[in-house]
Design a protein around this ligand. Structure first.
Ligand code: HEM
Ligand SMILES: [Ca+2]
Length: 776
């Protein structure tokens, strides 16, 4: 920080508040604990209002306060909460201020660029050789990476690799310090590692782009598909660039499978309030925001890192993106099959959005925005392939019922006559039948609205009908997320603290400085809380008889969505999900995910818990305690957890500082009014705050900022959208004739009893407001 700037801060702040001069290392090393306790011991009170243009935000939203030389005064967000005065708005995931970056000279950059290109071509050659080696007995990998080959992703991915090779080389030559690297620095790389910026029209389009580009005028690629995840905190990579982190003692971390075995119990704790639809909607929503793109082999298959005999392939036969999970011979489950290796492939990298060389950032294949990309696709090509005539989405007419279009991809497990496998905007849509069901409902909703719009606006062409219907369904979805789903997850207090409580009219919190990008912490840990809520069984319910008509075993409906073709199925599973309780969030996971994930016909499948832990390490997530400190809490010792958890933690981890974020997050006690502990809650709140404040097209933003703003009367109408209305309007009406007003709460919860679909408790949106005024 420049001296004048520093002095300025001191002068302004000394009167009202203590000056926090934190060193990044101290803050994260635990010497300096950013804690509420500091506040109590502090002699001076936090600022009532922030000096200059500072905004008082929760600490997690301004991690720049932990950067070297940072000087961010504390302040009162409200009576109970202390935050920091943030001078970059609540835009922490924006790239750090360029001015604070060290620079390297152009000759160095050129030299590094050349050697990176050479290294990339060596790697790609190696990859081609691997494919040709047919003498190796590879394990046939159960399906878990259904990413279609996107040439564009591969090209972007090469840019990401070049970046990390360059960072590695600069570090080896000591041209950049580790501190620089942690912040992702080096000032100007003279365009050599830059992705090409998208070209955006001079007059912004009324409709958000399918690929997410051109939302932010100054940073047109922010939030677009195939761009990098941002971070809550800089990564912890062993080599500062891309290698898995080590334990506090310097040895490798315990195997992710051992951690899964020790910490995750297969217990069923049913929620007393939330139903299975809450879980399923979370899954659907997660796929809107995040789709880590895994590396593929040169001939576009999933790299296999294990051999047919259950051991690791010799290293020379492994793809360089392999990070297979070790299984102990004493493993209580896999041990019986002599399985010592679980396949795991690393996520591709993407270049930094502002052209600097830095540590590895992973690539998101979905648009980061909340825009139903899982329905409409994240690329123009995909979206075109999904569109039908008349502004509709293509569908499959199955004896009078509308289902998703069939796909030719061979990802579903049965191919016998009558079997089906469906297409959608996201290629994980067949992962589990209840997810395919949500895709079906939203496809039907789009087509329902498109047909209605065509009737009231006969002069519209199909392009206009498609985009207007899409704009409306996106708004409904955003409303459901912020008004119905999120408050039931993180509680209304935190919603308020992060300023994401829905407002009555237009919202005023669009901030062009906010980068909406999904964070690595959100995608690979916090949002995966949902995995602990999945039940091993799904009940179909026949409302006519009031009985469970069938019980499905969860692994048997993964990549097997054919039952959706059976006439009463869709209604029965919808009713079942509204009655069946979700499982409580905690250190629990059903065997259907931790032993039988995507097992197909095999006696065993993958372990999703181990994959979550390994994915966190792949993304360079810091230890759990670092995130606690970031949000102002004390780091945990083993003994701070319950005695039972403490003993289990100590049986695998060498030190509390080794605990993986996903594990620590699941072990926390839920906050008041929410389902998750403080760490996960805040990572989610921060994400959803930025998904709103950083999205020009967010449905509540008004015409001053939003080129696709609704009129105020349309907006008020759209705010009536609920998931129960979507269910009522798009089920088959064969058996589903009533529905609980709150689709996320159990139907047997007092006050949430099912009501007829035409009840005023499930208001409908009056589409007549979407008739375009004729200007003559
Ligand atoms: C219902 C059954 C579910 C199955 C079979 C399933 C399966 C998976 C699999 C295989 C992955 C990729 C793991 C990896 O390679 O890292 C994944 C990732 C993920 N899951 Fe689930 N999941 C389910 C439910 C949920 C739920 C309920 C939520 C949230 C509420 C959720 C949130 C996520 C998120 C955020 C990711 C990361 C996505 C990405 O960035 O690529 N999942 N899940
Ligand atoms: Ca999206």
């Amino acid at each position: 920080m420049k001296v004048e700037k520093f002095v300025y801060h001191v002068l302004i702040c000394v009167i009202c508040c203590p000056i926090l001069v934190l060193s990044y290392k101290e803050a994260l090393g635990g010497h300096y604990v950013i804690d509420e306790k500091d506040h109590k011991h502090a002699t001076e009170a936090p600022c009532a209002t922030c000096p200059r243009n500072g905004v008082c935000v929760p600490k997690i939203q301004c991690p720049s306060h932990i950067r070297p030389g940072a000087n961010y005064p504390r302040c009162h967000i409200d009576r109970q909460h202390i935050g920091v005065c943030c001078f970059s708005g609540n835009s922490h995931a924006a790239e750090p201020d360029l001015a604070s970056r060290s620079s390297i000279n152009i000759e160095d950059v050129k030299a590094v660029h050349n050697s990176s290109l050479q290294k990339l071509s060596d790697w790609l050659r190696k990859e081609t050789l691997l494919d040709r080696d047919t003498s190796i007995q590879r394990e046939t990998v159960p399906f878990y990476s259904q990413h279609e080959y996107i040439k564009e992703a591969t090209d972007v991915g090469h840019g990401g690799l070049l970046n990390v090779f360059a960072a590695q080389e600069l570090r080896a030559r000591q041209a950049i310090s580790d501190d620089d690297l942690a912040l992702g620095l080096t000032q100007d790389t003279y365009g050599l590692f830059c992705p090409k910026p998208p070209s955006c029209p001079n007059v912004p389009s009324k409709y958000r782009r399918i690929d997410g580009n051109c939302n932010n005028f100054n940073h047109p690629s922010w939030g677009a598909a195939l761009t990098a995840y941002e971070r809550v905190l800089p990564p912890d990579y062993r080599d500062g660039t891309w290698a898995f982190r080590l334990s506090a003692s310097g040895s490798p971390l315990p195997s992710a499978r051992d951690v899964s075995n020790a910490l995750l119990l297969a217990e069923n704790h049913q929620s007393r309030s939330h139903n299975l639809m809450f879980m399923q909607f979370g899954h659907f929503l997660a796929h809107d925001l995040s789709a880590g793109v895994l590396f593929r082999t040169a001939n576009d298959s999933v790299p296999s890192c294990c051999s047919a005999d259950g051991t690791h392939l010799p290293i020379e036969h492994q793809h360089w993106a392999c990070a297979a999970i070790d299984v102990s011979p004493k493993d209580p489950f896999y041990g019986q099959f002599d399985k010592r290796c679980l396949n795991f492939v690393r996520t591709q990298l993407a270049p930094w959005s502002d052209c600097v060389v830095g540590y590895a950032k992973q690539m998101n294949g979905a648009t980061h925005y909340l825009d139903l990309s899982q329905v409409y696709g994240s690329s123009l090509k995909k979206s075109r392939s999904l569109r039908g005539v008349g502004g509709l989405l293509k569908s499959f007419h199955d004896y009078g019922r509308t289902l998703l279009p069939l796909t030719k991809r061979h990802e579903c497990l049965t191919e016998k006559h009558g079997a089906a496998c469906f297409d959608s905007g996201d290629n994980r849509g067949n992962q589990i039948i209840s997810l395919t069901l949500l895709h079906t409902l939203f496809l039907r909703e789009h087509n329902r609205i498109a047909r209605a719009l065509a009737l009231i606006n006969p002069e519209w062409d199909e392009e206009k009908i498609f985009h207007e219907a899409r704009r409306i369904v996106q708004a409904e979805f955003q409303n459901i997320v912020y008004k119905e789903w999120l408050p039931l997850l993180i509680g209304t207090k935190l919603m308020k603290l992060f300023r994401i409580t829905p407002t009555k009219g237009y919202s005023t919190n669009y901030d062009p400085r906010v980068n909406p990008a999904v964070t690595a912490e959100f995608a690979s840990a916090a949002m995966r809380f949902g995995h602990s809520t999945v039940d091993g069984k799904m009940m179909l319910f026949n409302p006519q008889t009031g009985e469970v008509s069938e019980t499905l075993s969860t692994p048997e409906v993964m990549f097997q969505p054919s039952r959706l073709r059976l006439k009463p199925f869709l209604d029965r599973i919808l009713v079942g999900m509204s009655w069946q309780p979700m499982l409580n969030v905690g250190p629990f996971m059903s065997n259907s995910l931790s032993q039988f994930l995507f097992h197909g016909g095999n006696p065993y499948g993958l372990d999703l818990a181990a994959m979550n832990i390994q994915r966190g390490r792949d993304y360079g997530l810091r230890p759990y305690n670092d995130y606690r400190m970031l949000i102002g809490l004390n780091p945990f010792e083993f003994t701070t957890f319950s005695p039972n958890a403490a003993q289990r933690l100590a049986s695998v981890y060498g030190a509390p500082q080794d605990i993986d974020l996903w594990i620590g997050g699941l072990l926390e006690k839920p906050i008041d009014g929410g389902l998750l502990g403080p760490t996960f809650s805040q990572i989610l709140a921060d994400q959803f705050a930025r998904l709103k404040a950083g999205d020009r097209y967010f449905f509540e933003h008004g015409p001053d900022v939003n080129p696709g703003a609704f009129t105020i009367s349309q907006l008020l109408e759209l705010k009536k959208a609920t998931l129960s209305r979507i269910i009522c309007d798009n089920s088959d009406h064969i058996e589903l004739v009533s529905q609980s007003p709150n689709a996320f709460l159990r139907a047997d919860l007092p006050g949430n009893e099912p009501v007829p679909c035409d009840s005023p408790d499930i208001p409908a949106i009056d589409l007549r407001l979407f008739k375009e005024e004729q200007h003559h």
